[in-house]
Design a protein around this ligand. Structure first.
Ligand code: ZN
Length: 221
């Protein structure tokens, strides 16, 4: 059996109409003799019925039906892609159309979205090449911004090594504490120079109170 988008499947009517018109147009374009066209058209109709298409959907649109003038070449027209939801999408389509917004349907569940899980990323502790923010456990206004080529946990251990504290001596000075829980990765950058520049931008923007210096000296803009 020729298998096409089933009429009962959860897709917009426009999409199903397109299946019908594409198949019918194809019988007119690629079959040369009138006899062959007739039999090909009958074959398409049977295939569509087998895929659940009712007669009214299989019938070609009346030849005097005029298509509305296309507005696709209007550069001002906005496009909006949303997953199809039966009933709701049709209503939304009308509303958007009245605002000159063309709504099209895009699949909500793609193979990519099922297979690729961006949330399964490396745990922050194991991430290398990061610019990170440490927030004081006691007072969230006390922050430190740093960068490291190595893993965040390696660098964090150095910051909290009481024998040889690096960078963060806030804890000894105040009796406050810092923890991995309140440490987050701001961004990742493997290139040393780029990382230094980004760290300096973060320091300039956020002015973290635990930092003693301003990091990499940013060139004047
Ligand atoms: Zn503090």
């Amino acid at each position: 059996m020729d298998q096409y988008l089933n009429f009962k499947s959860h897709h917009s009517l426009t999409h199903k109409r397109l299946v019908v018109s594409t198949l019918i147009n194809r019988t007119q374009q690629y079959v040369s003799t009138t006899e062959d066209r007739k039999s090909e058209l009958a074959h398409v109709h049977n295939a569509l019925r087998a895929n659940g298409y009712p007669e009214w959907a299989v019938a070609p649109p009346p030849s005097n039906a005029k298509r509305p003038p296309s507005t696709n070449n209007n550069p001002q027209r906005l496009m909006l892609g949303l997953p199809y939801v039966a009933g709701l999408s049709e209503q939304l389509g009308h509303i958007y159309k009245s605002h000159n917004i063309h709504m099209y349907h895009k699949p909500a569940n793609t193979l990519h979205s099922m297979v690729v899980h961006p949330k399964d990323r490396t745990l922050k502790e194991h991430q290398c090449g990061t610019i990170y923010n440490i927030m004081c456990d006691i007072d969230s206004s006390h922050t430190y911004i740093g960068e490291t080529k190595r893993t965040l946990s390696q660098r964090f251990k150095e910051h909290t090594n009481l024998d040889k504290p690096t960078g963060v001596d806030h804890c000894q000075a105040t009796g406050h504490s810092v923890s991995m829980k309140n440490t987050k990765v701001l961004t990742r950058e493997s290139n040393w120079h780029q990382r230094k520049v980004k760290e300096a931008i973060y320091i300039k923007q956020r002015a973290p109170s635990m930092n003693k210096d301003q990091g990499y000296h940013l060139p004047a803009i």
